[in-house]
Ligand binder design. Sequence first.
Ligand SMILES: [Zn+2]
Length: 328
Amino acid sequence: MGFNCILGQERLKENLKKALEKKQLVHAYLLEGQRGLGKKKIAYQLAKGICCRGEGKRPCNRCISCKKLEHGNHPEIQWLQEEGSIKIEAIRQMQKNLQMKPYEGSQKVYIICDADKMTLQAQNALLKTLEEPPEYATMILLTANATSLLPTIVSRCQRMKLLPVTMEKMQKYLVKEKSVDIEEAKVIAAFSNGVVGKALQLLEDEAFKNRRKEIIRITRDIIDKNTIQLLERVQFFNDEKLHIDEILEILMGWYRDVLIYKDTEKKDYIINIDEIEEILYQSNKLPLSHIKEMLFIIDRTKDNFRSNVNYQLNIEVMILDLKQKAKF
Ligand SMILES: [Zn+2]
């Protein structure tokens, strides 16, 4: 499997593969990127490669070190993962372990998950190891937020950024590797923002799927129902208050699709492809200029939430304004 089991991150993977093959490695790496992009998977492969006894392409997946790790009992690769903050005691313990030399010719790798959760004291303690690491030691720090780390820590690491993958790549991955049908893959890929962890979570998330269906029904009601009936739908938004950011994203995506279809009559760029009949209906009903204004209304609603306006009022105004654009 090796690095190929990680979606996207081509450049980063290529750089690491080359470095492992040529044994041009450094003592500290900092893997940055939002949750769900695969930092742990990269760290795992990097650690495996560093400890691998093979020559050429590493990890070789055949040597004793690779086999040990695959069986989950590699004594020289340690993960530091804490529920809350990472305290100085944890770093000291790690440093104590680090002083014990590994067996002849082998390496030690420490992976610190959520490194930004280290307290200031913990970071200062770690700095000493980063300044003078034993020649057999490698530290891999993982973080979604490098700005919370001391600049002196960051500057001693080789920084590597993980990036969201393209929608196309995500779709292909879901279809090929997860046996998702193409229509669903398109929807999930669009809402994953290029984060594979998020895509996998959405795939299992029935509540997300139901919310999306309900929102699409509401967009239909905006056309078909009168204002009084429509205001009853505010209850849905109240019940789903915790998910309002996602709901507004779904609404934006929806009217974006309606707009694209209205403008181009092409299905290629439609996200909500499983609801194409509904998109046809709505794009037929709504004038182009109104759809654009509906997008502005949702965008404004988002902005309003950022400035702490009353939740229900903001939703009601949005619905009434959307209805205004769907009256004929
Ligand atoms: Zn190996």
